[in-house]
Design a protein around this ligand. Structure first.
Ligand code: AMP
Ligand code: MG
Length: 317
């Protein structure tokens, strides 16, 4: 069974031995291993039951260290890195040979991020290798935003969970790639797209595919609770039978039991809504309900990423 604690030395020793440690970040908890050690990377895929065609993000604590693993940092990428790192930004950059193909699922780009969490930044600064870390959840299920989420689902598969409290942002990083002068958004996430566009000009949104290995990260069904999830606009949502859970944006639904409702943000704050999203989905999933009804949030800024997660969570696996 995993031990949960905040001892960096212990975390470091496991990682050096090639074992896995769950690490806190500002987005979600990651399942980390030495990105340069193929055995460690393989065990990440195994522990999560993640298909080998879905590549991993590598984490470092400085742009200088990131440069060891990538062949080039285009100007737009550098502008974004300077502004948003450490933070919920992942950049797809041409990889150097030192990064195992297993990490990138054979692609010639590697996903790189500097996460913004003091414990994990300190851990990374003490390591001589980057950490490959996908979200610390079984593949396809809701991402973990608290140590106990990791404990419940992967506790019997890893030795240590580094406890850094609740994840501040609560949804995954925004993933951007650069092709022929275009900036492509591979995954909406913790950054506001408007803010990105104000720095580097217009970006292109990549549509989701079903299971096309050439377009990883874009799986249609993901982040899903076990119970069926149905999405509604506020004016469409009506109470179901007694065995229904409700994920509402700012106000309770009249005529339905409040015990079975969660409000993402009573103040209509999209940051707060993102922070609560996955934890509340888990809570609703654990209630004695047979389905979950969720209200879509306003689709601007972070709301785009929240609705993206809700949409994918509502597609049966
Ligand atoms: P996770 O860390 O669980 O949030 O998953 C990492 C995400 O990054 C997945 O959606 C991957 O498909 C995506 N990703 C990682 N590397 C690449 C890459 N080289 N090209 C496109 N997407 C990537
Ligand atoms: Mg994930």
């Amino acid at each position: 069974m995993a031990v949960t604690g905040s001892d960096l030395h212990v975390a470091k020793e496991f990682l050096i031995k090639g074992e896995l440690v769950a690490i806190p970040t500002e987005t979600v908890y990651g399942l980390a291993g030495n990105a340069l050690n193929e055995k460690a990377v393989l065990s990440i895929f195994e522990a999560k039951n993640r298909p080998a065609f879905d590549p991993l993000i590598i984490h470092t604590d400085s742009i200088e260290k990131a440069a060891i693993y990538v062949a080039d940092i285009p100007e737009k990428a550098r502008v974004l890195a300077d502004r948003f790192w450490p933070g919920p930004l992942t950049l797809l950059l041409p990889k150097k040979d030192i990064v195992p193909d297993l990490v990138t699922s054979g692609l010639d780009t590697v996903a790189v991020r500097i996460p913004n969490h003091p414990l994990t930044l300190e851990l990374l600064s003490q390591l001589s290798f980057p950490l490959a870390a996908p979200s610390a959840n079984p593949f396809g299920y809701i991402s973990p935003t608290k140590p106990e989420h990791v404990e419940k689902q992967l506790g019997d598969r890893i030795p240590y969970i580094l406890d850094g409290g609740e994840c501040e942002v609560g949804i995954e990083s925004t993933i951007l790639g650069f092709e022929n002068d275009e900036t492509i958004v591979y995954r909406l996430g913790g950054l506001d797209i408007n803010e990105i566009e104000s720095l580097i000009g217009p970006v292109v949104l990549m549509p989701h595919s079903t299971s096309d290995p050439k377009a990883p990260g874009m799986l249609k069904s993901h982040y899903a609770p076990r119970k069926p999830l149905h999405l509604y606009r506020r004016d469409e949502i009506v109470p179901g039978d007694a065995e229904t859970g409700y994920l509402m944006f700012d106000k309770y639904l009249e005529g339905a039991d409040r015990k079975y409702q969660r409000l993402l943000s009573p103040n209509r704050d999209l940051k707060e809504a993102a922070h609560n999203l996955f934890a509340y989905l888990r809570e609703l999933d654990a209630l004695p309900v047979s389905e979950i009804k969720a209200e879509l949030v306003p689709s601007s800024g972070l709301g785009l990423a929240i609705n993206d997660r809700l949409q994918r969570a509502s597609v049966p696996a």
